[in-house]
Write a protein that binds this ligand. Structure first.
Ligand code: CA2
Length: 144
């Protein structure tokens, strides 16, 4: 079982500002948490982050050639704008879970639309870092 965890723009700034929305843990803390969780479950995992839409598209395409079994994606701000990420996910046709750390449904109206949701099997919101682990477990348990 091979999972790609993909994070979009500014997720590398977690813990630095806006702790009331995103918590005080950092991106490195997130990666450690995911790595440990996957080690315990015998899941092979790769965690990647980019601030660039095209790079995220490249990572999704590469997942196809790397025979990745599942993608966990927090597209961050590109959630609300990117048809390119949606198309990339559709193109590779890999089971995908969308994760948002914050309660996007209770925030600004521009955060209410997610293009990636048109493809994702599940969207997990407002559970902090735990949401990523839940998404991994869902994919590892054969959810698609
Ligand atoms: O709740 C989420 O996980 C989001 O995907 C996070 C994005 C936001 O644009 C989405 O609407 C919801 C933001 C990523 C992190 O942004 C930071 C901003 C300030 C300080 C640290 C991180």
């Amino acid at each position: 079982m091979k999972i790609l965890v993909l994070n979009g723009p500014n997720i590398n700034m977690l813990g630095i500002r806006e702790p009331e929305i995103y918590g005080s843990l950092t991106y490195d803390d997130l990666v450690s948490m995911i790595t440990k969780h996957c080690e315990n479950k015998g899941i092979e995992v790769q965690c990647l982050q980019s601030n660039h839409e095209g790079t995220l598209v490249d990572y999704i395409q590469q997942a196809y050639f790397d025979k990745v079994n599942g993608i966990v994606i927090n597209p961050a701000a590109y959630t609300h704008t990117s048809v390119a990420l949606l198309d990339a996910l559709k193109a590779v046709s890999i089971p995908t879970v969308e994760v948002h750390i914050s309660k996007v449904d209770e925030r600004e109206s521009f955060r209410q639309l997610s293009y990636v949701s048109y493809y994702a099997s599940r969207t997990i919101i407002g559970k902090g870092f735990e949401g990523y682990l839940e998404a991994i477990d869902f994919l590892a348990d054969g959810g698609n």
